[in-house]
Design a protein around this ligand. Sequence first.
Ligand code: HBI
Length: 359
Amino acid sequence: MNAKPLKLLFISTPVGSLGTGLGGGVELSLYNIAQEMNRRGHLLQIVAPVGSTWNMPLIQIPGNLQIIAQSQQRTDPVTMPENSVLANMWEYARQVQNDFDLIVNFAYDWLPFYLTPFFKCPIAHLVSMGSLLDALDQILVQVSKQFPGTIGFHTHQQAVTFPELTPPIHYLSNGIDLSIYQFCAQPKQQLGWIGRISPEKGLEDAFAVAKSTGISLKIMGKIQDELYWQQITQDYPNTPFEYLGFLSTAEMQQILRDCQGLLMTPRWVEAFGNVTIESLACGVPVISYRRGGPAEIIQDGKTGFLVEPDSVAGLVEATQRLNEIDRYTCRAWAETEYSLTALGSRFEQWFEEILNSKF
Ligand code: HBI
């Protein structure tokens, strides 16, 4: 607990209103960090696009949404729509900045980084994905040079996808409200797979495991790429699986907790991979390719298994070793590292270090 309560201004992602799921993992992060900062007595204001439906007080700003960075080419110029909600949110921040000790940016966009030197109030930037755009990489490097310590990532694996940044770099990992996840000691004969159904998530490899082992695969998540989904179901006839759709956290964990293990088959560098810690919270070991955030979260042989990337044989071999993992260890590890308390302490320390810096 720090000396005095901080006055914090959180500026959300411009790709969607809060509560729509469009913000992806960063929406869950923002919610959990805000909840924990409030609990610790800090004074918080959250700025988000109009249409946000959270049960927290929000400053709702109108304007046109930003296109998602994943849909752009690495060399694309920075794009801004007319009446940009991103620009409008940061104009609001400019007007009220004197009422706050620190602004926290949750957008994966060029503008907030470019604006940083124009603000009197210090700005902390939580980077929510790996490197995708040259223009964003460049401005990020510049801000890390001018304001060392104000850039935060979830994992080292995510940070190393960017060009060399000026230290200190902060790694915040992530955290969840563990009270939502119920531990299960005796699983059913099933494996889980959770995520957006899209090529970068490698779902076909999980089907290959189900076909090879005969263990049913329970799939949860939004079908983002319909053709990709159709192709997989055609390529893997007579494979035991059940598609359960996009579920709420409470419903999802009811299925997940009954799994012998969770399969993660990322083709890209996941910045973190929230489902990894959701699985551990239920006591479910995680088998993942040694790639991105999950490779930093899973302790090989202790809370799951790390497998040679894109090796289906490796996944199958790990599946047969799942009973070597103590499910209580998985839950205990989630409680130590990924609780809201652990998350809040990491963020509080980061904020204090920024406020004690002299730029
Ligand atoms: N794209 N332009 C842009 N800005 C964001 O803030 C953004 C994004 N794509 C995805 C995204 N945020 C979040 O879903 C991830 O950071 C989790």
